[in-house]
Design a protein around this ligand. Structure first.
Ligand SMILES: [Zn+2]
Length: 128
């Protein structure tokens, strides 16, 4: 028997204490979204696990991309249809549309993420 495996062998035996449910889940917490038991450090203050947060962020990003595209199209339509820029300043207007897309997308992502986080319904296929 080597020195390294000695402690493992020592605690290997059953100490006779009944295995309580509290002992087994003490360091785990149920995700309020998917209902799965997660390590306490993986769950945030809304009791969401890492996977569920990533999923919400993905959904928010997808919706934000659509919203930003619509916004950029509206801005472009407004510039080209109403302002009717001359060729001299066209670059500035293109930059405006890009900025609208970028800033709009960032803002929309935060909003959609907030909506997703406040949404209490669980993801389909979850165990909870
Ligand atoms: Zn979860």
């Amino acid at each position: 028997m080597s020195l390294t495996e000695w402690p493992a062998r020592r605690f290997d035996r059953d100490d006779g204490r009944p295995m309580g449910i509290r002992d087994s889940i003490a360091d785990e917490i149920q995700c309020s979204r998917c209902g799965e038991l997660r390590d306490r450090s993986d769950v945030d203050r809304l009791l969401w696990c890492v996977g569920c947060r990533a999923r919400a962020r993905l959904i928010a990003a997808r919706r934000a991309r659509i919203a930003a595209t619509v916004l950029a199209a509206i801005v472009a339509g407004y510039i080209w249809g109403i302002i009717r820029p001359t060729d001299v300043v066209i670059g500035g207007w293109i930059a405006t549309v890009i900025a609208a897309y970028w800033i709009g997308g960032r803002l929309a992502r935060e909003i959609f993420y907030g909506i997703e986080r406040s949404n209490r319904k669980r993801y389909p296929g979850s165990t909870g």
